[in-house]
Write a protein that binds this ligand. Structure first.
Ligand SMILES: CC(=O)SCCNC(=O)CCNC(=O)[C@H](O)C(C)(C)COP(=O)(O)OP(=O)(O)OC[C@H]1O[C@@H](n2cnc3c(N)ncnc32)[C@H](O)[C@@H]1OP(=O)(O)O
Ligand SMILES: CC(C)C(=O)C(=O)O
Length: 534
């Protein structure tokens, strides 16, 4: 296990990166969560004040080291949520973002002031394209802004992070000058973001190695990665940056963020935990809270998680194909590299579908309480496959219905032997019914409100049961007065329905058959439930 809690991440300018972490462990990685800032910047993901507080609480409980709570100058709402999160956070450093402008920085300082451990994060673009076209500033003016902004932030707090926006497209010499100046002015964390998700793992790793080697005071700050997923490499790049010496990873729950998003927190954390043999770092996050955080963020940001998303996607611990299900039943590590409970998922699910095999089907039947003989099992499996071919989702209820029908038919505990009905205008209508019940013949006479009612009352007299009649339907299979009648009867008990069908040219005989067919299924289910309970 590589997690640990309560690391002091506040630092001063004169400390080495390891001592600024408050730990001598040079392999302790700081998880900087930006769900509430960069995450919220993606279209459609904005959160209310209350929702932000909820997310921050979960992040704090989960052991995230730094929570970037917002961009206080952006709006009064953002300012207030950062300020309230700062007041409430119990463990995490609370950071706010600000441009290289004094009013941004002062507003940010005001918002984070109440935090036990406040951080001001200030940034400015350093790439030629951003400086020329966006900022419309000369590089020397940008350099001056770096120094002035970091100094301004340091007047407010000891913990200052400086970011070189579009760092990976910045000229190397200029980047080094900015980094050195920022550290010299008092920045304790230096972030080199891959703002537009342009870098590759080797390139990003080398950038950190080279900058740390080239900048004389680089040992005075913690280096940070901040990667976007435009080319799908955000996590790989983040971990590569760590290999290059970075010790803070900026990421967001569910990978939300600008455009294609930020590196996903859950992926970073689980990669480190699962592959600790090749990523030998320690982290402070309680991974069993990952699913809870993911669900909360998806809900409040109205941002659904894709089914096949690593770690927190609906299918991340689900298996449908027979060969995998068989492997999973024999040993879970055949197809799972981490346990579901390690990320807060209750259990693995073996989803029944057209790719499932006999092992998984047998296991599902056991789970549902069936114990079929070999022939019945093979038969049921074939019917299940036929059904799965026609149906996208095969639910437990579908399998139950399929087996109950099989059992109902196979056992045919009740058969209609003979039926005489007296009907007509004179009333009352009378039915004399003989049933074969488990091999025993019984006859009853019953009167009712119509011939069908009389038949059903005769059945009830011989086989008392609590199920209620939910549907009675007659359908003529062909035209003409000699048409075969097809009757459907549905019985209902405790929310479950049991349907039966009977066909006969005599509508009343078909009715009696349909009723006992449905009753047979109900009895089979009741027997099974009793057997399970005893
Ligand atoms: C890579 C990132 O994720 S950076 C963070 C991006 N996040 C956001 O922008 C979300 C919050 N932003 C906002 O609410 C608004 O953009 C505000 C409040 C910050 C600014 O709003 P406005 O004053 O109306 O400016 P607007 O957004 O139109 O333009 C940005 C201005 O900031 C300047 N600017 C951009 N980055 C920086 C910086 N790091 N330091 C200083 N100035 C900057 C731009 O050059 C532009 O200046 P100009 O008005 O002189 O041309
Ligand atoms: C402000 C910085 C850290 C940023 O979000 C980016 O460069 O993507």
């Amino acid at each position: 296990m590589t997690t640990e809690n309560h690391t002091d991440v506040s630092g001063g300018t004169s400390t080495s990166p390891s001592s600024s972490l408050g730990t001598s462990d040079r392999d302790r990685l700081l998880i900087f969560d930006t769900t509430l800032r960069d995450g919220e910047q993606c279209p459609g993901a904005s959160m209310t004040f209350e929702e932000k507080l909820q997310v921050a609480e979960v992040l704090d409980d989960m052991g995230v080291d730094i929570i970037e709570a917002g961009f206080p100058i952006a709006s009064q709402g953002d300012f207030e949520s950062v300020r309230e999160i700062a007041r409430r956070a119990e463990r995490a450093v609370i950071a706010g973002l600000s441009r290289a402008q004094f009013n941004d920085i002062d507003r940010c300082a005001e918002a984070v002031r109440a935090a036990r451990r406040p951080r001001i994060h200030t940034f400015i673009s350093t790439s030629p394209i951003h400086m020329k076209h966006k900022l419309q500033m000369e590089p020397e003016a940008v350099l001056q802004a770096v120094v002035a902004s970091v100094k301004r932030a340091r007047n407010h707090v000891d913990d200052v992070e400086w970011s070189a926006e579009d760092g990976t497209r910045t000229e190397f010499e200029f980047l080094c000058r900015c980094v050195e100046a920022a550290i010299g002015a008092g920045a304790t964390t230096i972030n080199i973001p891959d703002t537009v998700g342009y870098s590759t793992p080797d390139e990003y790793k080398n950038l950190f190695i080279r900058v740390r080697e080239a900048v004389p005071n680089s040992d005075k700050a913690v280096f940070s990665v901040h990667c976007h997923d435009d080319l799908g490499m955000a996590e790989a790049n983040s971990l590569a940056g760590v290999a290059g010496g970075a010790r803070q990873i900026e990421c967001a729950v569910n990978g939300i963020g600008e455009r294609a998003g930020n590196a996903a927190l859950e992926e970073i954390v689980m990669a480190i935990k699962t592959r600790n043999d090749v990523l030998p770092y320690t982290i402070g996050v309680d991974t069993t809270m990952l699913m809870r955080a993911s669900k909360l963020v998806a809900a409040v940001a109205s941002f659904p998680v894709q089914y096949n998303k690593a770690i927190v996607g609906r299918n991340a611990f689900a298996h449908e194909s027979g060969i995998h299900q068989d492997g999973m039943l024999k040993h879970t590590q055949t197809y799972e590299i981490m346990t579901p409970d390690s990320v807060g998922v209750k259990s693995t699910s073996l989803v029944m579908g057209k790719h499932s095999g006999r092992h998984a089907f047998g296991e599902k039947l056991k789970e549902l309480g069936y114990d079929l003989g070999d022939n019945a099992f093979q038969d049921a499996f074939k019917r299940f496959k036929d059904l799965a071919d026609r149906k996208k989702h095969v639910y437990d209820e579908d399998i139950e219905a399929l087996i109950d029908e099989e059992i109902g038919n196979a056992h045919e505990r009740i058969k209609v032997v003979a039926l005489t009905v007296v009907a007509g205008t004179g009333g009352p209508q009378k039915a004399t019914l003989t049933l074969d019940i488990d091999g025993d013949r019984q006859t009853r006479e019953a009167t009712g409100n119509g011939p069908v009612d009389a038949i059903f009352l005769a059945v009830q007299a011989m086989v008392p049961h609590p199920a209620k009649l939910a549907l009675y339907q007659v359908h003529a299979v062909t035209g003409g007065t000699d048409a075969q009648a097809e009757v459907t009867v549905r019985l209902e008990h405790e929310g479950k329905e049991y349907s039966g069908r009977g066909a006969d040219p005599d509508t009343l005989t078909a009715s009696a058959r349909a009723y006992v067919h449905a009753l047979g299924k109900f009895l089979a289910k009741s027997d099974r439930l009793h057997a399970q309970a005893s």
